[in-house]
Structures are given as structure tokens and as C-alpha cells.
Design a protein around this ligand. Structure first.
Ligand SMILES: [Fe+2]
Length: 237
């Protein structure tokens, strides 16, 4: 086995970029983001505007709350490895931070996306359970290309670009929205045209990673997504 990767040291410019990203996006999300997400973000002591967060400290906070932890990866990893990590309540993060001239555009997720976008909802027990079951089911269906594609679409339209309903109102939730200033504004403008989430609908909708999104789903109830996922899995087994 390879030795675990270690988080690098960062310079002032990188810490400054982090603070700018955090401050700008936290403000942007105030009236658009799900409370589920924002309350978790604000509660976190290890994920703040001050400096680039320490992966070990975020792991400790997550472990105490829902048993999740973070694993450092060099970049995108094969889908089977990704499922296997999620199945053990391990979420992967990169540790590189974008350059100051990349505040608004990235070809590949950086640490701001991986942590600011993905970590806070892992403090929620219902979402934490969804992510683990998603991983376990992915492991179980390994090699079934059609099923794996369906799971990837579910992940895309829920975990990356989903909206959730809170008090009858749509609120931005997915990490691809929460970690992007421009995507937040774009998605928010389309909030009157969200598609009602169904597992079937998400799993049968293709997505592209290279263009800005035109379809966003509105999730009413996270436990319901878990139940639907279990039923879908049971039918395949
Ligand atoms: Fe992501």
C-alpha cells in the first residue's frame, strides 16, 4: 500500500486566495444556500475563512459528528476506488488551491471545491447515511456499467448540483454550486425552473462536466432519496 499523502505547507498568497473565496461565497450563499449546509459550515471550527483548513482537523470534527473522515488524493480517482472510500465513510479531497487568477474557473476540482463544497453536509446524519449507502451500493454493483452510470448521474444531480427544499423554498445545496460563485448565481436564476427530483429522472438524465448546467433537480426529502436508492438496488440484486 502507498503511504498516506500529506498536506503541503501553503504560502501567504494561497491562504489569501482561500480567504477571498470563502468570504465571497459565504456572503453569496446567505440568501440562496440551504440552512442544512450553512449551519453546518458555520458550526465547523476547522473550516473557516482565516486560513486553508487542515485535513486532519476537519477529519476529527467529522469523525466526532457522523463518523466520516477525509482522505487526501492527488486528483480525480477511479470510480471503484471512490465508491470503496465512501462505503467506509471516507471522503476524498485534493490539497491544491487554485491560483488567484483562477477564482472563477477551474478544469479540475481543487481543495476549495472538495472541502468548502463537500464537507459541511457530511455533518448531517441523513446526508451522511446517503453517502455511505451510495458508496456501498456502488461497490456492490461494480462492473455493472449501466448501473454505475446511473449512480454517477444521481451523484451529479444531487451531491454536486442538487437543490433541496426548505420551508417550501428551493435552496442551493450541491457542492458544485456551493463552491462556485458563478454557478450559484446561474443556478439561482433558474430556481423557478427546477425539475422535481425523482431517482428515475436523475438516473436517466445525461450530464456534461464541461458546460454550465442547464438542469437542476429539487430534492424534497433526503431520507426519501435513500429509500428510493435502496429499492432500486434491491431490484437489481
Ligand atoms: Fe465534487
Amino acid at each position: 500500500m502507498n503511504a498516506p499523502l500529506i498536506q503541503p505547507l501553503y504560502d501567504e498568497v494561497q491562504h489569501g486566495t482561500w480567504s477571498t473565496l470563502y468570504r465571497r461565497q459565504r456572503e453569496n450563499l446567505e440568501d440562496k444556500g440551504a440552512r442544512l449546509y450553512l449551519e453546518a459550515l458555520d458550526r465547523m471550527e476547522s473550516l473557516t475563512e482565516a486560513t486553508i483548513p487542515l485535513v486532519d482537523q476537519m477529519s476529527s470534527e467529522l469523525r466526532a459528528a457522523t463518523g466520516w473522515e477525509l482522505v487526501i488524493v492527488p486528483g480525480l480517482i477511479p470510480v471503484d476506488d471512490f465508491f470503496a472510500l465512501l462505503a467506509q465513510r471516507q471522503f476524498c479531497t485534493s490539497t491544491w488551491v487554485r491560483r488567484p487568477d483562477q477564482l472563477d474557473y477551474l478544469e479540475e476540482p481543487d481543495m476549495f471545491h472538495d472541502t468548502f463544497g463537500h464537507v459541511p453536509p457530511l455533518l448531517d446524519p441523513e446526508f451522511a447515511l446517503f453517502m455511505q449507502r451510495f458508496g456501498q451500493i456502488g461497490v456492490d454493483l461494480r462492473g455493472n456499467e449501466k448501473a454505475v452510470l446511473a449512480l454517477q448521474r444521481l451523484y451529479w444531480f444531487f451531491v454536486e448540483f442538487g437543490f433541496v427544499e426548505e420551508k417550501g423554498m428551493p435552496r442551493a445545496f450541491g457542492a458544485g454550486i456551493m463552491s462556485s460563485f458563478g454557478e450559484t448565481l446561474h443556478a439561482w436564476d433558474l430556481r423557478a425552473d427546477l425539475r422535481r427530483f425523482t431517482l428515475e429522472g436523475a438516473m436517466s438524465t445525461p450530464f456534461t462536466t464541461t458546460e454550465i448546467q442547464s438542469t437542476y433537480f429539487l430534492i424534497k426529502d433526503i431520507p426519501e432519496v435513500v429509500r428510493d436508492l435502496e429499492a432500486w438496488h434491491a431490484e437489481l440484486s
